[in-house]
Write a protein that binds this ligand. Structure first.
Ligand SMILES: C[C@H](O)[C@H](O)[C@H]1CNC2=NC(N)=NC(=O)C2=N1
Length: 101
């Protein structure tokens, strides 16, 4: 699938559908808090499976009870594309099942 950088306006419009997500420099970003360290680890593993399925990978940071993602698209020079939003929506779909907030 060809991917193209999104304009600032497109990014802002799409972010309205993703509460909790923001543009951090040139990356989409969100931090989740969980109820325990183990729950945070489980979310990381689940995100890793989604990322491999999509062949699109965020920078994932695991804290004690936090998981932080930042993502852009390397193949277009580090711009935000629809693939980044697709990943964000997929993560939003699974995060509540882990008690993430
Ligand atoms: C070969 C493989 O398809 C590419 O390296 C994929 C893997 N994951 C990726 N992840 C991200 N965030 N951007 C990419 O351009 C990208 N490319």
């Amino acid at each position: 699938m060809a991917v193209a950088p999104l304009s600032q306006k497109e990014i802002e419009d799409r972010l309205t559908e993703l509460p909790g997500w923001a543009l951090d420099g040139d990356r989409l970003a969100r931090a989740y808090r969980l109820d325990s360290h183990f729950a945070a680890v489980a979310l990381v593993v689940h995100i890793a499976r989604v990322q491999d399925e999509l062949d699109h990978h965020s920078d994932l940071t695991l804290g004690y009870n936090t998981v932080t993602l930042t993502v852009n698209t390397h193949s277009v020079g580090g711009a935000v594309t629809g693939k980044d939003f697709e990943l964000a929506h997929r993560v939003e779909d699974i995060a509540p099942g882990h008690g993430a907030h």
